[in-house]
Design a protein around this ligand. Structure first.
Ligand code: C6P
Length: 407
């Protein structure tokens, strides 16, 4: 575990010092949301103590420094994902809103009756329901790339699903329920060969895997700030300039207009066309500190360290009798989902909580995944860069204890 000073990293997250139920907190629910480093917390305090003001509106000093800071984040995101232009970065509420913007706006302009949209069998509900709503609205059809028992997409079937009716492909980079890393470059290239555009849901990838939207040639990429050590209520929609320019706005309101009369409104240019109303200013501004934090360590180092944690957790959990890992793809990231014969995931989760260990139990907003495996849900441990092998040992001991109590 070279290059990672784990004690220094842990010290940067004040919440990791607390106890839960009289035990040291072991936080393994990072797929749901990550904890925040002191630098992000300080940035939020600094924003409200020294800067609070609306953005893109005022000539006064505070409004200008807030606006500048908000735009610094936009450029930081641009650099972080290697976008060509900063105006290709739309600041949203989060992944869910970003996907809904594409479904509504791209859908309004480009999806027609009889068109087909492809998603995968391992999508989060946020990357299923907006497309179902669009298909219902437009008389389009939703097709699903199946996956095998390991939780890997069937790329042969994907090739056969693509045809000249396919208009859009929407797939996650990393599955939140299984941890599978999908072959998104291949997915994108095949879709482009069929003249379809591609949205990649990077909600579970952006904090673990270096991202380059130009190298990927992805059309839309979406993610949330709160899963990458940043604040809640902010996310990103990256879109290629040409596509965003052709899409109608999402919501009408302040900031997204150039000129309004009662007869006609002209819309603002990118990115503001998609940013109606006052944004979550403090979250927009302080996402910058979260990206600085990640870049200060380096995603290559983070990925290497987290891969070691995942391998160790997988090996140790498999020593438990009756434990089955759901999601055994060759390429995985930071998630281990499992079930244990004779126990319900919820009961195991409650016992782990009594031991101070936070995991998520249930369907993880991916009910079709659970249906395919014929289970009500899983116990999911999801890792971040501050987790340790000792915490995995605590998880394994806790699961063993739960098994002894429940069976
Ligand atoms: N997954 C989890 O515990 P929002 O809620 O908009 O920030 O992110 C939605 C979302 C979309 N796609 C994927 C792949 C996701 O994992 C999530 C959020 C959390 O797995 C909360 S349900």
């Amino acid at each position: 575990m070279d290059n990672i000073d784990i004690q220094a990293i842990r010290a940067a997250f004040p919440i990791l010092k607390r106890e839960v139920n009289g035990k040291p907190l072991v936080y393994l629910d990072n797929g749901a949301t990550t904890q925040k480093p002191q630098a992000v917390i300080d940035a939020i305090i600094h924003y409200y103590s020294d800067m609070n003001s609306n953005v893109h509106r005022g000539v006064h000093y505070l409004s200008q420094i807030s606006t500048d800071a908000f735009e610094v984040t936009r450029r930081k995101v641009q650099e972080f994902i290697h976008a060509q232009h900063d105006h290709e970065v739309i600041i949203t509420k989060g992944t869910t809103e970003s996907i809904n913007i594409v479904a509504q706006c791209y859908g309004k302009a480009f999806i027609h009756a009889g068109d087909e949209i492809i998603i995968s069998a391992m999508e989060h509900h946020s990357n299923i329901v907006p497309w179902q709503m669009l298909c219902e609205d437009k008389g389009a059809f939703l097709k699903v790339i199946p996956m095998n028992e390991a939780g890997e997409l069937d790329m042969e079937v994907y090739r056969t699903l693509l045809n000249d009716k396919t208009k859009l492909v929407a797939v996650n980079y990393v599955s939140n329920a299984l941890g599978t890393i999908n072959p998104i470059k291949e997915i994108i290239d095949l879709a482009h060969a069929s003249h379809a555009v591609v949205l990649i849901d990077a909600a579970q990838a952006i904090q673990h895997i270096p991202m380059d939207v130009q190298a990927l040639d992805v059309d839309f990429l979406v993610f949330s700030g709160h899963k990458m050590y940043g604040p809640t209520g902010v996310g990103v929609l990256y879109g290629k300039e040409a596509l965003l320019n052709q899409m109608p706005p999402y919501q009408g309101g302040g900031d997204m207009i150039k000129e309004v009369t009662f007869e006609k409104t002209t819309y603002n240019e990118l990115p503001f066309k998609f940013e109606a109303g006052t944004p979550n200013i403090e979250a927009g501004i302080t996402l910058d500190a979260a990206i600085d934090f990640i870049q200060g360590i380096g995603l290559e180092h983070i990925k290497k360290y987290e891969d070691e944690l995942l391998a160790y957790a997988t090996e140790q959990l498999l020593t438990i009798d009756g434990l089955r890992i759901i999601g055994t793809a060759k390429e995985k990231s930071s998630v281990v989902s499992f079930v244990i014969d004779g126990t319900h995931p919820y009961d195991v989760g409650v016992i782990l909580d009594k031991l101070g260990i936070a995991v998520r139990t249930g369907h993880h907003c991916a009910q079709p995944v659970m249906d395919q495996f014929g289970i009500p849900g899983t116990i999911r441990a999801s890792f971040a860069l501050y987790n340790t092998k000792e915490e995995i040992d605590a998880l394994v001991a806790g699961v063993k204890r739960a098994v002894n109590m429940l069976i």
